[in-house]
Design a protein. Structure first.
Lengths: 114, 111
């Protein structure tokens, strides 16, 4: 499978714990995006990487959230001191250099904070 | 600031009907517009991408149009089937190829 891969698919945690999600984009895609989706809503932009550089962060990304893409390949999204309001689907998408502008999304990582 | 609105929020139809899903956006300076399908608990599957210079795109029973001047896009589904039941999302692309999504239209096609 050469699509966008996300891990884990589901995470249940207690409030106050830290969680980390991983995204592996389509091979050689240099642009990577994180989105958050709550029930009944469309995805909301969180952050964007071009290669290893984080070029834009939404105001939704509080200081408890941090995203990295250290080698310009996979990316991680960490949430520290989780709160119940962090419960959502976290979606990753990627886009290549020779692109039509079409974003490809992974299956998402669903977080439930108890 | 780009805002995307989708109407209706939910739709229930009998199998075989032709459907029109509506999407409107506030900033006409979009780079392109993309339609997605999302099944419950799943990620997004890209259906159609319309570049800003294009008026429409077709894939099988799906046809999407784009009118930048009026800030509207429509997704037309011909001869709907129960397997089409899902949430359909439209998204306009602005700077950094960042997508701004609508809240989606939940479609149920019953036999």
């Amino acid at each position: 499978d050469t699509g966008v891969s996300q891990d884990p698919r589901h995470k249940i945690t207690k409030r106050g714990q830290n969680v980390t999600f991983r995204c592996d984009p389509i091979s050689e895609h240099n642009r990577l995006y994180w989105y958050r989706q709550t029930l009944g809503q469309g995805p909301e932009f969180l952050t964007y990487f071009q290669n290893e550089a984080q070029l834009e962060k939404s105001r939704l990304l509080s200081d408890r959230f941090s995203a990295e893409r250290p080698k310009g390949s996979f990316s991680t999204l960490e949430i520290q001191r989780t709160e119940q309001g962090d419960s959502a689907m976290y979606l990753c998408a990627s886009l290549g250099r020779r692109h039509t502008g079409e974003l490809f999304f992974g299956e998402g990582s669903r977080l439930t904070v108890l | 600031k780009q805002e995307v609105t989708q109407i209706p929020a939910a739709l229930s139809v009998p199998e075989g009907e032709n459907l029109v899903l509506n999407c409107s956006f506030t900033d006409s300076a979009i780079y392109n517009l993309q339609w997605f399908r999302q099944d419950p608990g799943k990620g997004l599957t890209s259906l159609l991408l319309i570049q800003s210079s294009q008026r429409e795109q077709t894939s099988g029973r799906l046809n999407a149009s784009l009118d930048k001047s009026s800030g509207r896009s429509t997704l037309y589904i011909a001869a709907s089937q129960p397997g089409d039941s899902a949430t359909y999302l439209c998204a306009g692309k602005g700077g950094y190829n960042k997508l701004i999504f609508g809240a989606g239209t939940r479609l149920a096609v019953h036999p």
